[in-house]
Write a protein that binds this ligand. Structure first.
Ligand SMILES: Cc1cn([C@H]2C[C@H](O)[C@@H](COP(=O)(O)OP(=O)(O)OP(=O)(O)O)O2)c(=O)[nH]c1=O
Length: 207
């Protein structure tokens, strides 16, 4: 029988706080046996001109973590908590977040066709001990997965958009959903594409 001690997060922390409203991130933690408390903050997601895609996701994950620390009651806890915040973007020539509308989604998906692009997820981890965030000990990183898309027609794109999946996904697609059939190959961590590189989080905590 598996116990709390077998889980690298639950053996170290009394609670895990997920600073995200993404159901995918929650599912990934649950798949690994972690039931976090969910506390999304309200972070500014604008980016400075010319920033690299890896710096962008790292910066946004830090902002999301800091915004969550502002939430009422988040620090009211005796024991050790781990706060996890993250941000995912798609990069091919430009940084692609979530599409603003259907036309934006179409342009993103058309630009990814038959070519290689990158998905980066930035993660910020903050220990909170007896209500005190260990700000001098923050861990932030970006994990990158390479994706090679196959061919698809404009009609394929429109029917995918009409099915409703692109709206809340970076790059306007979900590898875990209907877009999987258009992905020829990926190199790197799959969960990173879905929004949370769990294995990298564990290896960073082990350092
Ligand atoms: C590329 C890709 C992204 N995504 C999702 C993961 C993220 O939820 C979303 C990118 O948006 P984010 O801004 O990273 O996150 P979010 O707004 O969903 O949640 P929060 O800011 O509260 O943490 O795209 C997939 O689900 N599948 C994919 O294949």
């Amino acid at each position: 029988m598996k116990t709390k001690l077998d889980n690298p997060l639950l053996s170290r922390y009394d609670r895990v706080i997920l600073a995200s409203k993404s159901p995918r991130r929650l599912d990934i933690l649950r798949d690994h046996g972690v039931e976090p408390i969910v506390k999304p903050g309200n972070a500014d997601e604008s980016l400075p001109e010319g920033i690299s895609f890896t710096d962008a996701v790292t910066m946004l994950s830090e902002r999301k973590a800091m915004a969550a620390l502002e939430l009422p009651d988040i620090l009211v806890f005796e024991g050790k908590s781990l706060l996890i915040a993250s941000d995912t973007i798609v990069y091919k020539d430009i940084i692609m977040g979530k599409p603003h509308d259907n036309e934006d989604a179409f342009n993103m998906l058309a630009s990814l066709r038959n070519d290689t692009h990158y998905v980066a997820t930035g993660v910020t981890l903050i220990d909170i001990i007896d209500g005190v965030p260990q700000i001098d000990d923050i861990c932030s990183f970006a994990e990158v997965t390479e994706i090679i898309c196959g061919n698809y027609t404009d009609e394929d794109i429109w029917s995918y958009i009409k099915a409703g999946e692109p709206a809340d996904k970076a790059g306007a697609y979900a590898i875990q959903g209907g877009f999987r059939k258009y992905i020829r190959e990926f190199r790197g961590d799959y969960e990173n594409v879905v929004g949370l590189p769990y294995n990298r989080i564990i290896s960073e905590l082990n350092k």
